[in-house]
Each structure stands twice: as C-alpha cells, then as structure tokens.
Design a protein. Structure first.
Length: 206
C-alpha cells in the first residue's frame, strides 16, 4: 500500500468507460485501497453547472470558449477533489482528463493541440496521470452502442462521424507518444477480459 495513484480513463463516446471505472473501483477496494471515482466535466458542484452549459447549451459555443469551459471545470476539480485525495494517499479513478481536451477540442474542433494541452496543464497545475487507460473502439461500433443507450445526444455526441474519427486518431497518437503512461485496450472485447487486462497492468503498482 503506497501513496496516491491517479488513473484516468479515456476514449470516444460509448466505449464503456463507466463500466470499466466501476469494475476497477471494485477491485481496488478489494485490494484495500480507498478509491475516489470521479469525472470531468462535472466532478464538483460548480463543475455540474459547467457541464450543463458545455454539453446541453442549445446554441453554438465558440471552440475556444468550449475549451475554456472544460479547462475551468478541470481547474476547480483538480484543486478541490483530486489533489486532496492524492495527498491522502488515495486512488483517483477518473473518467476523462486532459487527453479528452487534446482529442476533442484539439483534433475534433481543430484547435492547436499543443495550446490545448498547455491550457489544461495550466488549469491543473501540471498534474499528469500515473496511468491512462484508452478504450479504443472504431467509430461505427461506438455509435451503435450509443444508439442503444441514449434517448438524446449531447453537443459532442451529436457531432458528425468525421469529428469522431479525428478524435479516435488523436487518442491513438497520444498513446503512441507516451507508451509508459498509456494502456490501450481493444474495447470491442468482452467487458471482463478488458477489466482483467487493466488489473494486470496495475497489479504491480497497487
Ligand atoms: P462524458 O461525460 O464522459 O460522456 P460520455 O459518457 O458520453 O463519454 O463526456 C462528455 C463529453 O464531453 C464527451 O463527449 C467528451 C467531451 N469532452 C471534451 O470534449 N473535452 C474534455 O476536456 C472533456 C473532459 C470531455
């Protein structure tokens, strides 16, 4: 049992991040760790309000404004939830983080990826995850899963397929650039197999 551990889950919409986050939380708890499971956007009370704007606002939001809203949510969340938990030696299992901004606002909205990363790092005062699990699924399979689970789409989910294709490639490039931080899993495999692969990767560190 060591110090705090910061684990993030990433991937397109509908790839099964929440299912894996729940399974991971259960396993870590069995191992005797205290787990904080959280998400961006919306991991704080202020963040819930930002989430409502950024995902459900009815009109357009300029791409840079969208990037700043995610960064504002992140700044408050990291300062008030994530850093305190890590300082207590807990494990933070977080749905989406900086890589989401680089993939969605960088590649999806076609803003400068490096600027987006710098903005996010500024917001989070440089906090980088110990492990990032990328659940990779082709766009058609992800869309099919979303169609069965959603009654309405949020602003990002409603984007066209070329947007989601750019997001997926951006994620894969990020993982290629930082193989030590990333674990890429094929999200078309059975849920239990994916969970086992994640546990294997973490076993040494927990
Ligand atoms: P999320 O709540 O994870 O939705 P889902 O369960 O559908 O994956 O994320 C909401 C949306 O916000 C998702 O479409 C990705 C997008 N997003 C960004 O565009 N940039 C970001 O920095 C974050 C954190 C999320």
């Amino acid at each position: 049992m060591s110090g705090g551990l910061f684990i993030t889950l990433e991937g397109g919409d509908g790839v099964g991040k929440s299912t894996q986050a729940a399974l991971l939380e259960g396993w870590l708890t069995e191992q005797g760790r205290t787990v904080v499971r959280t998400r961006e956007p919306g991991g704080t009370a202020a963040g819930v309000e930002i989430r409502e704007i950024v995902l459900h606002h009815r009109g357009d939001i300029a791409p840079r404004a969208e990037a700043l809203l995610y960064a504002a949510d992140r700044a408050h969340h990291i300062a008030t939830v994530v850093r305190p938990a890590l300082a207590r030696g807990e494990v933070v299992v977080q749905d989406r983080y900086i890589d989401s901004s680089v993939a969605y606002q960088g590649a999806g909205r076609v803003l400068d990826a490096e600027q987006i990363r710098d903005l996010s790092l500024w917001a989070a005062e440089g906090l980088v995850p110990d492990l990032t699990i990328l659940l990779d699924l082709d766009e058609e399979a992800a869309r099919a899963r979303l169609d069965t689970s959603r009654t309405r789409y949020d602003r990002l989910e409603a984007e066209r397929s070329d947007f989601h294709a750019r997001v997926r490639s951006a994620y894969l490039r990020l993982a290629d650039d930082e193989p030590d931080r990333f674990l890429v899993v094929d999200a078309s495999r059975p849920v239990e197999e994916i969970a086992a692969e994640i546990r294997d990767r973490l076993a040494a560190r927990v």
